[in-house]
Design a protein around this ligand. Sequence first.
Ligand SMILES: [Zn+2]
Length: 175
Amino acid sequence: MEIVVPPDYRHLWVTDSRHPVLKVPDPALREVAKTVRKVTPRHRVLVENMVKVMRQADGIGLAATQLGIMERIIVVCPDTKPLALINPVITSQEGEEDGEEGCLSLPALYGTVTRAQKITVNGLDRKGAAVCIEAEGTAARVLQHEIDHLDGILFIDKADPATLYWSEPSGKDSG
Ligand SMILES: [Zn+2]
């Protein structure tokens, strides 16, 4: 799908030192990220930086690939406490739910995506310890959206094209 950004929103599609999240059509957003072989202090710093960028951009999730870093790392913050996952893998999923999504790499564009309602994700935390996360609803949606980023998949690939629309971002609504 080719995205033509309306003039009103072009100012949001800038990537620079103050707005480091890559925007479509940056090719890095279509690459498959590599598995992290060993979690090192560098990853801890990277995770902290990702949380900072996510907050600055008013996002509820961010994948390393959105910063041009081709490693399987995501941060999500569907409520208050940010969660970092390294090498996240969805190990089970249940149900189906339609919900609206936006993306920091596609600012001001929204659409409805069908996702699993409840998922289990296995991965490593920022210190390299194995974790298993169960999530449902919005938290499950954000996790699925961010894990898709690690495989070069964007929400516009899965959204019903008829539901796509442009709107000024308002608060925490994108990943
Ligand atoms: Zn996104």
